[in-house]
Design a protein around this ligand. Structure first.
Ligand SMILES: Nc1ncnc2c1ncn2[C@@H]1O[C@H](COP(=O)(O)OP(=O)(O)O)[C@@H](O)[C@H]1O
Ligand SMILES: [Mg+2]
Length: 404
């Protein structure tokens, strides 16, 4: 401890033993998924085992819901573990001679819950993890992905607030693994557990983590949200990890969107709208109401026709074929739509207000980690050139003096 405190590194002290976790200080907030990520040997498993009291820290404390578990008796510790903490392991650790249902209900059996109740609760969690109807099978009759669902069901069945998951999905095939990640996110939205999730896979960390702690050689080198770590890695070690990440799953519309420039208001009327589009040299514009709620888009040709008819109503030519997206949408889910849409996708907040625009070029730039903000990306309809400026000006001039 003394040598570590004077700045010695793990590698310099191997003759004295392994400093598995060094000076790791952090809080996990109630209801968050806190991911600990690092290469093999960086100390993740040691860390998680101190969190549930399996191993005691040489120095420092581990506080779970107000109780310092490094300072209580074994009996009290068992109680905390039983009531507050569940664990999901990499290699499932199912009991082979028990059925799926009995495995799921195992923690309840230990707690002495009556059979009828534990069966009912186990059946419920099995169907939550997609294993309804599989209760009578044995673990060996299930695929790896299904066995890990049983592992998850067993942890959920105990109804503890805290879930510790050590490389829980690392043994699964990539597609199954991804399915499990997505299911965990869905379950978490419903259950709101406090989850510490350990992985050596940055994509997984980025997808699941509300916050991520990056470990190296026993030390935590950075703690931050996925966005913070991706856009602002603390050092070369983190930066190297980040290079390989599938950015499209991590980055959201809200992070890469651009300010929408060509925006017109319904109440401003057709002539104002046409003027704005002429000045910005665009063939389409987003339409909002007075409170900036998104209404749809207008095209210059339609607006010009209104002006020529001396119509004062812009609402009549608003099109709402482009479904707006929420700032939380992952870019991954937007490529299909962006490719089909010649117009940037409107990004709209929970109150329906237009907060940004996502042009195709921005999506592509985000993929390649090149600066994405053009700073001034108007609503350009790529397929159709805007009406020539002189024509618009002439049309506006012809009807000058006409009330809008
Ligand atoms: N029981 C043990 N006895 C001695 N050294 C160990 C033990 N368990 C792990 N270590 C060492 O502690 C370090 C951290 O290991 P671990 O916490 O398992 O890392 P990770 O889970 O990130 O792969 C490694 O150098 C490992 O060799
Ligand atoms: Mg480990």
């Amino acid at each position: 401890m003394k040598r570590l405190k004077s700045g010695k590194k793990r590698a310099e002290l191997t003759a004295l033993g392994t400093a598995a976790v060094i000076d790791a200080s952090f809080d996990v907030k109630k209801g968050e998924i806190f991911v600990v990520m690092g290469l093999s040997g960086s100390g993740k498993s040691t860390l998680i085992r101190t969190l549930n009291g399996l191993w005691a820290p040489t120095q420092g404390s581990v506080v779970v819901g107000g109780t310092d578990i490094s300072a209580i008796s074994d009996k009290e510790l068992r109680k905390v573990r039983q009531e507050k903490i569940s664990m999901v392991f990499q290699h499932f650790a199912l009991l082979p001679h028990r059925t799926v249902l009995e495995n799921a209900a195992y923690a309840l059996e230990i707690q002495g819950v009556a059979k009828a109740e534990r069966t009912a609760r186990a059946e419920k969690v099995l169907s939550m993890v997609g294993l309804g109807g599989w209760g009578e099978k044995y673990p060996s009759e299930l695929s790896g992905g299904m066995q890990q669902r049983v592992g998850l069901a067993r942890a959920l069945c105990a109804e503890t607030d805290i879930l510790l998951m050590d490389e829980a999905f690392s043994a699964l095939d990539p597609l199954i693994r991804r399915e499990m990640q997505e299911q965990l996110v869905v379950l978490q939205a419903e259950l709101g557990k406090t989850i510490v999730f350990i992985t050596h896979d940055l994509n997984e960390a980025m997808f699941l983590g509300d916050r991520i702690a990056v470990m190296r050689d026993g030390e935590i080198v950075q703690i931050g949200t996925p966005d913070e770590i991706l856009t602002n890695p603390a050092n070369d070690y983190v930066a190297q990890f980040v290079q390989d990440v599938d950015r499209t799953r991590v980055l959201t519309a809200g992070v890469v969107m651009e300010p929408p420039l060509a925006v017109v208001t319904i109440s401003g009327g057709p002539r104002n709208a046409l003027r704005t589009m002429r000045d910005l040299q665009v063939s389409a514009a987003f339409v909002v109401d007075r409170r900036r709620k998104y209404q749809g888009i207008v095209r210059d040709r339609d607006v010009m026709a209104q002006v020529e008819k001396r119509a004062t109503d812009l609402a009549a030519v608003v099109r709402n074929g482009i479904e707006p997206v929420s700032p939380e949408t992952a870019l991954n889910d937007l490529f299909g739509r962006a490719v089909e849409s010649p117009i940037p996708l409107p990004v709209v907040d929970d109150d329906g207000r237009l907060v940004g625009a996502l042009p195709r070029v921005t999506l592509l730039a985000a993929l390649g980690n090149v600066p994405s903000t053009t700073g001034e990306f108007p609503v350009v309809e790529v397929a159709v050139a805007p009406i020539p400026e002189q024509m618009v000006t002439a049309a506006l001039a012809q009807y000058e003096g006409v009330a809008k």
